[in-house]
Design a protein around this ligand. Sequence first.
Ligand code: C5P
Length: 243
Amino acid sequence: MKRRRQIYEGKAKVLFEGPEPGTVIQYFKDDATAFNNKKKGVITGKGVLNNRISEYLMTRLGEVGVPTHFIRRLNMREQLVREVEIVPIEVVVRNVAAGSLSKRFGIPEGTPLPRAVIEYYYKNDELDDPMCSEEHITAFGWATVGEIDEIVSLTIRVNDFLCGLFLGIGIRLVDFKLEFGRLYHDNGDIQLVLADEISPDNCRLWDIATNEKMDKDRFRRDMGKVEEAYQEVARRLGILPES
Ligand code: C5P
């Protein structure tokens, strides 16, 4: 087999050059990190589950008109995506108080928020991904005003759709993180699309009935049964990988 050129290795994924120009292969690892790399571990089978879960969610979002980088899943751990220029911002959406929001403002975890709260963080490991405002984003040239408007409207649509999707399988979408990329079309158009992945690594998912955590907080907080939780999310979505 032809050796593929590695483009980038992140904490949970490796990116390889794709088979055609403008495509990239995302390989999902089992490695897990938290607190900006201060905690490291392996969640056996996580890569396979996240590949499937992200494929499913990106496909559903594509069907309702949200542009994404996703093209198709290639195998258990890899998917083909469009090459994009990542906007260096993590967009966090919160429906229920948890995690850093609860810590920062002293709001107990589990407090429902009257409306979705959108936050931005500048993607920079050395700086620990500092929270930033729209003004910072435009002042430092990380995105234009027009791009932020587009990001906000896409983010609200993604949140509405995913809240409903998860509610239908007995899961509360507490919060999640999105990344966007610029897709450069041959005719010169630049399109903002959803990129990266959507999986229990970057969502907080709580069982509606029991509030049991079904996401990476089980790893962050040493709660055990991490793989089982990811598997349960996949099972409820109806996409448990073939063993
Ligand atoms: O830690 P915090 O409460 O700010 O996280 C909010 C949401 O964003 C969580 O669902 C978490 O999984 C996700 N997140 C992420 N990557 C980060 C920071 C947060 O996926 N670097």
